[in-house]
Design a protein around this ligand. Structure first.
Ligand code: CA
Length: 172
């Protein structure tokens, strides 16, 4: 069971304690549940999931609501450099498009909070931009993602003794 979500405006429900939602307008009350899991959809191209293991917040409610939902999520900045923290993104899974959607509206990197705004509930997570290197060898393409803070240079996989990348993409 999750917290009861009451009828009214600007109704905030808090979990765990690192995640809270504020519903602009709850039409009829219900129970809102956050299921925290470590497995889910992979990060989109150019990003890594934040945390090892990552955290997925699967959110459902039996309340009827209208208008926006604001999400506040406390994250751990352990192992992140300032550039990564500044460019992290709060995303939510869109079942219709089959893609992660950026819902970020702001962040407080001092207090390790990231804020998002959405019109519906689904699965939420935080992603961090990464170095992405794709290597084509014959008909195979190898895709590798590296954290920016990784101290050593990325190593390309050896296959038949070949180590030379044919393309390097850096995505943000
Ligand atoms: Ca921080």
């Amino acid at each position: 069971m999750g917290p009861w979500t009451d009828v009214g405006q600007n109704i905030t429900v808090t979990y765990l304690p690192q995640v809270s939602f504020t519903f602009a307008n709850v039409v009829s009350g219900g129970v809102t549940i956050v299921n925290l899991t470590q497995t889910g959809k992979p990060a989109p191209l150019g990003f890594l999931l934040l945390g090892k293991p990552p955290a997925y917040y699967d959110v459902r409610t039996t309340a009827n609501y209208s208008g926006s939902i604001t999400m506040t999520l406390m994250y751990s900045d352990s192992g992140l450099n300032s550039l990564e923290e500044k460019n992290m993104v709060l995303v939510q899974w869109n079942n219709t498009s089959g893609k992660w959607e950026n819902i970020t509206v702001g962040a407080d990197t001092m207090h390790n909070l990231i804020f998002g705004e959405t019109l519906y509930l689904s699965v939420f997570t935080v992603i961090v931009p990464c170095l992405e290197i794709s290597t084509r060898m014959g008909s195979s393409i190898f895709l590798m993602r590296y954290n920016w803070q990784r101290p050593s240079a990325p190593r390309l996989p050896a296959r038949n003794g070949i180590r030379k990348p044919t393309s390097i993409r850096i995505m943000w």
